[in-house]
Ligand binder design. Structure first.
Ligand code: 1CP
Length: 389
């Protein structure tokens, strides 16, 4: 795709977030400290989130710009993390084009039906994914509100004085086609994602149609967030670890690449200290759970940074993705409930092994468990900043 330059007001173009620890790490540079954020940092671990959500269903909260923005900002204010991640869900674009889906408390996304065969896929793909753009106003508004506050916030100084280029960036995200298909084929959450894995082989044509459609929808969702002000994009293929490398490469990777094509053409111009200007693309991160065997292939679809779950150490991950690739991860979330000395030692070990990569963004190996004591997360963020400085 030909390049599209982000608007001059975009935080990357305006030079607000382009030298933040996070954006620098995503382009392979180390800075004064290792950046840190937590997957699922917004949400049930925070009492202020639970208070705000009383009486509002999950997807209604996602589509209320004031609420989605406030929930996104809560963990940034509290933990002084190096990024906000937009409060939304991977099924929001499906909801916005009229698919019957809700998020059930304690369970996750549940659909009105399962899309496990050619007839189901045909019903879904009859919807034009371009319809999403007309329905995306609440997303654009929520991102814009969030970024307006983040632009005056820096992890090192809090709210107010922001050293040049180091405002807190917002990460936009979307579900990868396989992970969305894992829910769609099953009609809801599942352990082994059997329905999707069966459809992939039983009817490769229907599978391909489902993946192509999902890729366009989720790619448009990601693009909307970046255009509205997100400084990085993360594609969550949470359940890709359920399939083999061969299936990943044949039946999944092309659709993930197609989804990312919707953001790969977005770029911004920067001027360095010597006055030379250059064009940079928006950083893209790719993450999945249990994807130790897939890390090389997940990098190969064309991403800047690879997210690693807690099952393999970061220095081993470096061998799998190849040298020169920034990594994100990978403290086992279970350790958040362990005694502090145990947790501290594990966090330091993650930092140490992360030195094998050109740059490292500290994170968990998967999301924050809902019962986590939030003061522990604040303490981990402080530890990461201090220990890496
Ligand atoms: O009422 C609630 O609080 C519902 C819990 C919840 C929350 C807080 C869900 C339901 N989604 C979210 C927000 C969310 N979802 C975010 C933004 C907040 C943040 O990270 O701080 C993000 C990035 C997601 C993405 C998401 N949704 C993924 C990919 C990331 C991952 O955890 O692997 C997946 C797989 C989903 C589906 C989903 N939505 C909700 C749940 C409980 C699930 C998982 C269900 C399952 O286990 O299959």
């Amino acid at each position: 795709m030909s390049g599209v330059i982000l608007s001059p007001q975009h935080p990357l173009s305006a030079g607000l977030t382009s030298d933040s620890r996070l954006v620098r790490a995503y382009r392979g540079e180390r800075s004064d400290a290792t950046p840190v954020w937590f997957m699922r940092q917004a949400g049930r671990s925070l009492p202020e989130y639970r208070d705000l959500r009383v009486g509002t269903r999950m997807l209604d909260a996602c589509l209320d710009p004031a609420m989605a923005s406030e929930i996104t900002l809560q963990p940034v204010r509290r933990h002084r993390v190096d990024a906000g991640i937009f409060f939304s869900d991977i099924v929001v674009p499906l909801k916005l084009v009229g698919v019957d889906v809700e998020i059930q408390p304690g369970r996750g996304p549940v659909f009105g039906r399962a899309y496990a065969d050619a007839a189901g896929v045909a019903e879904l793909t009859a919807i034009d994914p371009a319809r999403l753009d007309e329905a995306s106003a609440p997303i654009t508004e929520a991102v814009a509100r969030t970024v307006a506050e983040l632009n005056t916030t820096a992890p090192s100084t809090g709210s107010g004085q922001v050293p040049s280029g180091t405002a807190t960036p917002l990460i936009g995200f979307a579900g990868a086609p396989f992970t969305l298909a894992a829910y769609l084929a099953e009609g809801g959450p599942s352990k082994d994602h059997l329905a999707a894995r069966t459809l992939m082989h039983a009817d490769p044509g229907a599978w391909r149609a489902l993946m192509d459609w999902t890729a366009e929808l989720t790619g448009r969702f990601l693009r909307t967030q970046v255009l509205a002000g997100a400084s990085a994009a993360q594609l969550f293929d949470s359940w890709a670890g359920a399939i083999s490398l061969a299936d990943y490469e044949t039946h999944v990777a092309p659709a993930s690449a197609a989804a990312l094509a919707h953001v790969h053409d977005l770029a911004y111009e920067t001027t360095d200290a010597s006055g030379a200007s250059s064009t940079r693309s928006v950083p893209v991160v790719h993450f999945g759970v249990g994807t130790g065997e897939l890390l090389g292939a997940m990098h190969a679809i064309g991403v800047d940074t690879v997210g690693v779950d807690y099952r393999i150490p970061l220095d081993v991950a470096v061998e799998r993705v190849g040298e020169g690739v920034p990594l994100q991860g990978n403290l086992d979330p279970a350790l958040l409930a362990a005694p502090w000395p145990v947790l501290e030692a594990a966090a330091r070990e993650v930092l140490r092994r992360g030195e094998a990569a050109p740059a490292h963004v500290f994170n968990l190996g998967h999301g924050v468990p809902p019962e986590t004591d939030p003061t522990v997360l604040t303490r981990v963020a402080e530890l990461v900043h201090e220990a890496s400085a």
